[in-house]
Design a protein around this ligand. Structure first.
Ligand SMILES: Cc1cc2nc3c(=O)[nH]c(=O)nc-3n(C[C@H](O)[C@H](O)[C@H](O)COP(=O)(O)OP(=O)(O)OC[C@H]3O[C@@H](n4cnc5c(N)ncnc54)[C@H](O)[C@@H]3O)c2cc1C
Length: 307
């Protein structure tokens, strides 16, 4: 493989894939490093809501391969490796990826985010043994059981609804006194009798030796702890942006995301960021796709202007 590209994109989620499609269609030689797995966060979502063109939603594990297919047809190249570090070099960028050194005239960072952990005792020990980040994957395993979901945002309620199709009872544990999810999810939850909402509930410990058997919850108002018997615990308490590879190259925002302007340009020449890894992302899949397209157009313009 020739190691020199017009644009290298880091990230195989909807932002990176859309950037690859758009840049390839603009005639750029583009390589996308997809990281661990194609699809990013959407991979584990059974029904991506609100993506234009799909009235009944679309499985994330279908959507991303479809975009990749379009990008490949437009001439984009892909590799299943990660971006480890980048350095400015001769007016372009040098990218370390595993044992390889790549060169690109512009780089688009679309490395997304990982679901945050709770950081409580039992979580590490019981991961994959009832502690899960993927309701769609594990819902069939909790048929007719009681499970808990931690969080009160869109993801938590969306995944509680998925679980309610299988489980007997879904207890949503929210540390604050209100939900932060959009009205559409709040309404759906209100109409799902299997879902019970518990506010001011802080998970202190996950109980069980070789599989989850319960969770210890502190009531923030009464400052009292109780145990709830559950067969599994699904954690949706926010996202941790994946930008560690920047390693001091630029100041991130207070949430650890990459600052950009309206064209997805970072403060460094030829370096762009798109999707939920960038500051001010709207968080939805369609917005991430839009970011990818904007970044690709801006990167192509940058390359043309430098010739
Ligand atoms: C539970 C849940 C449900 C959701 N449901 C919806 C929904 O119904 N509708 C909706 O519109 N949105 C939904 N979202 C939001 C949606 O998932 C995100 O907006 C979207 O996935 C963001 O895409 P992205 O490409 O920016 O990042 P990601 O999806 O996080 O993709 C990032 C990619 O970068 C890769 N990567 C990471 N580090 C590196 C590296 N160093 N080098 C190379 N690659 C790297 C990862 O492997 C991954 O492929 C949901 C999110 C969650 C958590």
């Amino acid at each position: 493989m020739d190691q020199e590209f017009d644009i290298v994109i880091a990230g195989g989620g909807v932002a990176g894939l859309t950037a690859a499609l758009t840049a390839a269609r603009l005639g750029c030689r583009v390589l996308t490093l997809i990281g661990d797995i194609l699809g990013g966060l959407l991979l584990s979502i059974d029904k991506v809501d609100g993506f234009p063109g799909f009235v009944d939603g679309v499985p994330g594990y279908d959507l991303c391969p479809m975009i990749q297919e379009q990008a490949v047809a437009a001439g984009a190249e892909f590799t299943a490796t990660s971006l480890d570090s980048i350095e400015q070099q001769n007016g372009g960028w040098q990218i370390s990826s595993g044992n390889e050194q790549l060169r690109a005239r512009a780089v688009i960072l679309a490395t997304g985010a990982a679901l945050k952990e709770l950081g409580v005792p039992g979580e590490e020990r019981l991961r994959g043994k009832g502690v899960s980040h993927c309701a769609s994957c594990d819902a069939p395993l909790v048929r007719k059981k009681t499970v808990a979901v931690v969080g009160g945002g869109d993801s938590a309620l969306q995944e509680a609804l998925t679980l309610a199709d299988f489980a007997e009872r879904v207890v949503v544990l929210q540390r604050g006194s209100a939900l932060t999810a959009q009205a559409v999810y709040r309404d759906r939850v209100a109409n799902q009798p299997k879902i019970e909402l518990r506010f001011d509930s802080i998970v202190e410990e996950i109980l069980g030796d070789d599989k989850v058997r319960g969770v210890r919850i502190r009531d923030a108002k009464r400052n009292a702890a109780t145990d709830l018997e559950v067969a599994a615990l699904f954690v949706y308490v926010g996202l941790q942006p994946a930008a560690g590879y920047l390693n001091g190259h630029m100041k991130l925002d207070p949430l650890g995301r990459i600052p950009v302007d309206a064209q997805m340009r970072t403060e460094l020449p030829g370096l762009f960021a798109a999707g939920i890894v960038r500051s001010g992302s709207a968080g939805r899949a369609v917005a991430s796709a839009g970011d990818g397209a904007i970044a690709a157009v801006a990167a192509e313009r940058y390359l043309v202007e430098r010739i």
